[in-house]
Design a protein around this ligand. Structure first.
Ligand code: HEC
Length: 132
């Protein structure tokens, strides 16, 4: 009896360990265009001045949700990226590079929110994701 329990437990342990260490969660891979945009984001060091999810440099604004921002959006972002402003440098990017960056920012936008708006917080302090 004791032996049966022992063997069952050992086998369960081995089986469970096998499952745990072999399980790889399917990662949500970004589309190719967004990946290409991420390469440009990194090589041009946009993060030195901008934040994603609140992290990064603080010279320019957070860009996590610029694409879905009703007062801004993709065309607005493209204009800044393409020509810069007095404060943001013109990085001399081609239209193709700008499109890739927009694909990256669109993908980032869908992955989370940088700021919790007041109306997303319940009266008891919890964050409600479904509300915008
Ligand atoms: C040297 C710092 C610096 C770098 C590098 C930089 N930016 Fe900026 N960016 C800024 C500043 C400052 C602003 C605000 C400009 C203004 O309001 O005149 C800005 C504004 C923007 C905006 C408009 C944001 C808004 O909400 O109004 C976008 C989009 C943007 N940058 C994208 C990028 C991308 C993409 C890169 C990399 C290819 C990049 N920036 C690199 C400094 C930088």
């Amino acid at each position: 009896m004791v032996r049966t329990i022992f063997i069952t437990l050992v086998l369960s342990y081995i089986g469970y360990s096998f499952l745990v260490y072999n399980y790889t969660a399917p990662a949500a891979e970004p589309p190719e265009l967004a990946k290409a945009g991420m390469d440009i984001w990194q090589s041009k060091n946009c993060q030195a001045c901008h934040q994603l999810y609140g992290l990064g440099g603080y010279m320019g604004p957070d860009l996590t949700n610029i694409v879905s921002d009703s007062t801004k959006g993709a065309a607005y972002a493209a204009a800044f990226i393409k020509v810069g402003t007095a404060r943001m440098p013109d990085l001399k990017l081609t239209d193709e590079e700008v499109n890739k960056l927009l694909a990256f920012l669109t993908w980032v936008d869908k992955s989370g929110r940088s700021r919790v708006a007041k109306d997303q917080v319940n009266w008891y302090g919890n964050y409600q994701i479904d509300k915008k």
